[in-house]
Design a protein around this ligand. Structure first.
Ligand code: ADP
Ligand code: ZN
Length: 736
């Protein structure tokens, strides 16, 4: 018996080894082993089992590192597929499937002392003891009532005695203390069981579809329901259904929505099986991640909840895979392998014969398209559970609105008045600003004109150094205008402003208000997110200013006003998905207002009030938006109608990066068949990141796989300068 293995951190080559007799019964595809490579001993992953070997002098596997293979055949298959489709080395893909904390095996589970009764104790004996040694009696009583061994620290806490009391009892032979592996449960609070609700008619129909999908998997369900329509309730029921059938369930939520609030909701519904829930997210320590992973791997956990990378959680016998907010950009990984967890969920479901449930209030165009062609089954929840009306959305035209105060500048009079009114009533406001930083398109503040590429219909990117505006999809470029090409006003500019500036301006305008800011900069401490949200929930903050972080899944009944400070920041970025994202964002943010008893109001400030994504969002018209956006995508052959691969080159010497990008574009053009369009090598919209200069070459055509193959083949024969790094992004989501 032989194995073909992929050694860690080697050349990426697959090597063959003989398996010594004693290991044969235990080794399998996905096992971790140690093998000799030249003079070193390297950890490796078994990729294949072979009965014969073509090489004469083949060496032996030295150690088998695990009892049960770390990677299931299905997941290894997924890794192989990723490596092929997303154009990355197999090892990179395997690394994603097996988290580093687990793979290195260094962080072993934490050992702690647990205590239990040595023998049953009579109530009478306890009474006698309690007269003489009340603390000991109390300690024993706690153990009597506990069904399992308890952590000593916990038992001491509960009995209100010191840990030494248990040591004394141990000496008397009354209790046994032993070291036990207790998982470090990051959410170790206790939960009260959440009651099941009676479903409404729409939810009932949705559950029928879910059950059908579980009986006969194959067609993913797209659950399309506005915020507050009861989608989460469907997820919870679907999980219960899977568990009742003896199967497992995996739930993906966007990283920023994986809040204690969300986790609590799941944990409380499954209060009867706390240990069977594993939570995986990026804030876990290595030890915690290790514990949660092993809990799943050993089959103790049967429900997995986590963000993007949890799609590879080693759950076996999967009944259902749920992806909440399936449209979310954070499901796409921005380093190799550049997979989209939503798409991987669909694939994993197909491979492992599990039902797939994708949910969203604003489905992506890709998923919507699939639901229209019949690839997905569309299930709708059109009513909000509480029958509350959607908030009123007011668009503030910044071209006209007298922009209030000199220090404000960014806050219009109508918005400020509304905030003042809400504060007077003791209600809360959320002010929302798009991802900060980078707004590189040119927009006329007088008429709202935005410079766009006529061939690609994306905003042109302003490049200061060359004083030019460039389309980074096709490469078309022209001189940057000094005045607006449409209305000749010289107020054409590119601008951006941060949350910090807004916070400062607000403090001047409302000196008495309690104002807090929430963005990646101000939320660096692990708990600051939770603290700020806590304070906001308790009404200790009047105005919360923040980025994307506050747009998701939070529920604040006292928030009646939401202001979007500059809708243009996300709308006029050089990305064909800009409109889709803005629509989604406005809809999500609007969903934050008026979740309680009071009616909500949303203000959207913009220089381009006529933009379809703003107008459709304002009228809560998803269908209308989809129809017009599909038309645009089809016309320009963008996804979901055409496919795209974006190759980004970066390096410290600009000339070398530019030259390489141009050469690459030329070679691709020479090799491309007629149905594949290759862009020029042009500066990326984000031209310089850290110390790197960035250039891009786009590929467009009908099949991602064909584009990826062309990119791979061309890059293999092209020698790049050593200091130019290449990233291939298949089905890119962010074109920066
Ligand atoms: P979504 O996930 O679509 O935003 P949720 O599942 O969070 O919606 O539901 C919104 C609110 O309505 C929650 O507070 C939830 O507990 C409640 N809810 C959901 N379904 C029902 C139901 N059938 N009856 C009563 N309340 C419900
Ligand atoms: Zn173009």
């Amino acid at each position: 018996m032989y194995v073909r293995v992929l050694p860690d951190q080697a050349s990426g080559k697959l090597l063959d080894y003989r398996v010594p007799e004693p290991m044969r019964a235990h080794i399998d595809v996905g096992s971790r082993v140690q093998v000799p490579v030249r003079t070193r001993l390297l950890p490796a992953t078994v990729i294949d089992i072979l009965q014969e070997c073509e090489f004469r002098s083949v060496r032996d596997v030295v150690t088998l590192l695990d009892e049960k293979p770390m990677i299931s055949p299905a997941l290894l298959d997924l890794a192989r597929w990723m490596s092929d489709y997303y154009c990355c080395p197999l090892e990179t893909a395997v690394c994603s499937v097996l988290p580093v904390a687990v793979r290195d095996g260094k962080v072993s589970a934490k050992k702690q002392n647990a205590v239990r009764l040595a023998k049953p104790i009579e109530e009478d004996a306890l009474r006698v003891l309690s007269a003489r040694a009340p603390r000991q009696a109390e300690a024993l009583r706690v153990l009597m009532n506990a069904p399992h061994p308890m952590l000593v620290t916990l038992a001491a806490n509960e009995a209100g005695v010191s840990e030494a009391v248990f040591r004394t009892l141990e000496k008397q032979g009354l209790v046994i203390i032993e070291s036990a592996t207790i998982s470090r449960n990051p959410y170790s609070d206790r939960f009260v069981a959440g009651a099941e609700l009676t479903l409404n008619a729409e939810q009932d129909a949705a559950m029928v579809a879910v059950r059908e999908a579980m009986d006969k998997p194959g067609r993913p369900i797209l659950l399309f329901g506005v915020t507050g329509s009861g989608k989460t309730e469907i997820y919870l029921r679907a999980i219960r259904e899977a568990v009742n059938q003896g199967k497992t369930a995996l739930v993906l939520v966007p990283e920023i929505a994986l809040t204690p609030q969300t986790v609590e909701r799941f944990k409380s519904r499954f209060a009867d099986m706390q240990d069977a829930i594993a939570v995986l997210h990026s804030h876990l320590s290595d030890g915690e991640r290790h514990d949660e992973w092993h809990k799943i791997h050993k089959g103790i956990a049967r429900i997995g909840i986590g963000a993007r990378s949890s799609i590879f959680a080693p759950l076996e016998n999967l009944g259902i895979l749920i992806v909440d907010e399936e449209h979310e950009g954070s499901y796409k990984q921005d380093e190799a392998p550049r997979y989209n967890a939503r798409d991987m969920a669909v694939l994993r479901g197909a491979k492992e014969n599990a039902a797939v449930l994708l949910g969203s209030a604003t489905p992506s165009l890709e998923s919507w398209h699939n639901s229209q062609t019949g690839k997905y089954r569309l299930v709708r929840l059109d009513q909000r559970v509480d029958d509350k009306s959607m908030p009123v959305v007011r668009v503030v035209d910044l071209r006209r609105a007298t922009r209030s105060t000199p220090e404000g500048g960014v806050l219009s009079r109508p918005l400020l008045d509304a905030m003042e009114g809400r504060m007077a009533k003791g209600e809360q406001t959320i002010l929302f600003l798009n991802r900060r930083g980078f707004s590189s398109s040119m927009i006329c503040e007088a008429c709202g004109h935005v410079c766009q590429c006529s061939d690609c219909s994306v905003s042109l990117t302003y490049h200061r150094a060359a004083e030019r505006i460039v389309c980074h999809i096709c490469g078309h470029s022209s001189r940057a205008p000094k005045s607006c090409p449409k209305c000749s006003d010289p107020k054409i500019r590119f601008s951006g402003m941060g949350t910090q500036k807004v916070e400062e301006a607000l403090k001047k305008i409302f000196p008495k208000a309690r104002i807090s800011r929430m963005d990646a900069d101000s939320m660096t401490r692990k708990d600051s997110y939770r603290e700020t949200l806590g304070a906001f929930k308790e009404g200790k903050i009047d105005i919360l200013v923040g980025t994307q972080m506050i747009a998701k899944g939070l529920h604040f009944p006292n928030v009646t006003l939401v202001g979007i400070i500059n809708a243009d920041l996300g709308l006029h970025i050089p990305d064909f998905r800009a409109g889709e994202r803005t629509f989604q964002l406005l809809t999500q943010v609007a969903g934050r207002a008026g979740r309680g008893e009071m009616e909500g109001e949303v203000f959207v400030q913009t220089f381009t009030p006529f933009s379809p994504s703003i107008q459709f969002a304002r009228h809560h018209d998803f269908q209308g938006f989809m129809e017009q956006e599909m038309e645009f995508r089809e016309k320009f052959a963008y996804p979901p109608f055409g496919r795209m691969v974006m190759i980004t080159l970066r390096g410290t010497v600009r000339e070398r990066v530019e030259f390489s990008a141009r050469t690459l574009s030329r070679k691709l053009k020479a090799a491309a068949p007629a149905d594949i369009l290759i862009g020029e090598g042009v500066p990326a919209p984000l031209e310089k990141a850290k110390t790197f200069h960035r250039f891009q070459v786009s590929l467009r055509g009908p099949s991602s796989l064909k584009l990826a193959r062309l990119a791979k083949d061309t890059l293999t024969i092209l020698t790049m300068p050593e200091d130019v790094f290449v990233a291939v992004d298949v089905d890119p989501l962010h074109l920066m």
